[in-house]
Every structure is written in C-alpha cells, then in structure tokens.
Design a protein around this ligand. Structure first.
Ligand SMILES: [Fe+2]
Ligand SMILES: [Fe+2]
Length: 186
C-alpha cells in the first residue's frame, strides 16, 4: 500500500496529526499482525515431527509475552497518554492553564511507556538471537518462512514506531507541557 505520509517531517507536523499517524499506521499494524503471527505459531506447533530444532516453544513464549505487553501498552497510550497530549495542545492554543491529570506531569506516563519500549526491544533482540536473525534460506517449511518474514516485519515496524514516540512525540509533549506552564504562570 503506498504511504502518502512516508518521509514526512514529524518533528514539525501538527502533534495531533502525528498521534493519528502513530495510531492508524503502527497501532493498527500491531492489532492486525499479532493475532496473525500467533496463528502461524499454532500451525507450526501442531506439526509432527518437530522440525523446529527445539526453538519453537521458547520463541513462542517470548512472542506471547511480547503480544500481551504490547496490547496493554497500546491501550495505555490511546486511553491515557495520547488524550492528555491532545489536551495540552488545546491548552497551548487557547492559552489555558496546564490541564490537570491524575499522574501529575506528562513525564510520568512517558517514563512508563519508554520503560515498556525498552522491554519490547529486549524481547525483539532475544527472538532475533534465538532464530539466528530469521534466515529465509535453508528452511524447507513454508510455515517457518512465513513466520520469520512476519517476525522480521514486526521488528521493522516496531523499531520505527518506538523511534517516533521516543525521539519525536515524547520530547514534543514535554516541551508542550512546559509551554503551557509558562503561559499560565504555573
Ligand atoms: Fe504506540
Ligand atoms: Fe509506545
């Protein structure tokens, strides 16, 4: 699918458009791919004899842990962090005081999200190590090739997703909060 937003400079785009991009592209990708990858795992586990060299169970366990963490992570962003960033942007535009939040500063949920990003990144690295980098050659099993391709695509998308949040969205949200505080003298 052609991506009209590829190459856009998200450091200067309106912050609400950046959030819509993250949700529509990266959160939607995860919600589609995570269940699909689990189906591929189930097909491989159900096959006899086991041609997996013993890695399918530890790999599947890592994947299931990652899936559970990510699904809860997406909800926290969509229900707590992103709506608060949009409220900060509205307050900045209207010159209103910094909106109140039960977590205090936006730095707190951001710290939690970045901690979870680090954890997801460690699981991705562990899955890559376990499979020797998702090699496409050498496997005669189409399920394995499909699994390795899907895990490789998951990693690529997640790395870009985390980069957009850690390096662009989060620093912009922290600056936005500081601007609101300055404008309202709080
Ligand atoms: Fe996200
Ligand atoms: Fe995130």
């Amino acid at each position: 699918m052609p991506d009209s937003e590829a190459g856009r400079d998200w450091s200067t785009a309106p912050i609400d458009e950046l959030i819509v991009h993250i949700v529509n592209r990266h959160h939607t990708f995860l919600r589609r791919q995570l269940p699909r990858i689990e189906v591929i795992f189930d097909r491989i586990v159900g096959k006899k004899p086991d041609e997996t060299g013993g890695i399918v169970l530890p790999l599947g366990k890592l994947f299931l842990g990652l899936r559970t963490e990510l699904e809860s992570h997406l909800l926290k962003e969509e229900n707590v962090l992103f709506p608060y960033i949009l409220r900060l942007e509205d307050a900045r535009k209207s010159g209103s005081p910094t909106p109140k939040a039960h977590f205090g500063s936006v730095k707190r949920p951001i710290g939690m999200m970045e901690h979870e990003h680090d954890s997801a990144d460690r699981v991705l690295q562990e899955m890559r190590r376990l499979t020797n980098g998702y090699p496409m050659e050498g496997s005669t099993c189409s399920n394995w090739r499909e699994l390795f391709r899907a895990l490789g695509e998951l990693e690529t998308d997640l790395v870009e997703h985390i980069r957009l949040e850690n390096e662009i969205l989060h620093p912009r949200a922290i600056r936005l909060e500081a601007e609101c505080a300055c404008a309202s003298g709080s």
